[in-house]
Design a protein around this ligand. Structure first.
Ligand code: FES
Length: 177
């Protein structure tokens, strides 16, 4: 290698890879589009999955009646439950038959007949001292045990007492019969 060639090789300018105007425009437009799309899509995504992210109030209890007012005779008590179903929130009115058992424990029965879901009532001419369903004549005893027509006993609410009040929780299968 002669002296001149060697000089050319050593002083060769470094070739920089330059971005073409077209590439620059594509990157800029692509970035801006992705940013704007993200801004529009992310809130929608958050809105769509919101019910999944909301903490469910499992097993919450609702104040129903003063403990001192519960007797051995079943009493119909109305109460409201706050329900969240996806984006829809409601406070449906619920009902329970609350009684003090012979052992002194307070229990609450569901008023929904286990035959086809009509609303039962307590006592009356047709069934003295029994729960009676007006639809097809199902009968239950004071503990909710099925006596005729209905295939199962009445469900009961979970019950807890606190500071002189009776609180009702979720419905569970009857544990008294
Ligand atoms: S729904 Fe109660 S007896 Fe049929």
């Amino acid at each position: 290698m002669d002296h001149n060639t060697q000089q050319e090789t050593t002083h060769k300018p470094v070739k920089r890879k330059e971005m073409s105007r077209r590439q620059f425009l594509s990157y800029t437009l692509g970035g801006a589009t992705a940013f704007m799309a993200g801004g529009a899509i992310l809130p929608m995504l958050r809105f769509a999955v919101d019910p999944i992210l909301v903490k469910k109030q499992k097993g919450s209890f609702v104040k129903a009646i003063e403990e001192s007012k519960v007797t051995n005779e079943p009493q119909q008590v109305d109460f409201k439950v706050h329900q969240v179903d996806g984006w829809y929130e409601s406070d449906p009115k619920m009902q329970a038959w609350i009684t003090k058992g012979e052992d002194g424990t307070i229990f609450a029965l569901s008023p929904v007949c286990k035959h086809l879901g009509c609303t039962i009532g307590w006592s009356g001419e047709e069934a003295p001292n029994k729960y009676h369903c007006p639809c097809h004549g199902a009968q239950y005893d004071k503990n909710g045990k099925t006596l005729k027509v209905a295939p199962k006993s009445l469900d009961e609410y979970q019950v807890k007492t606190e500071n002189g009040w009776v609180y009702l929780g979720p419905l569970v299968p009857n544990s008294r019969v």
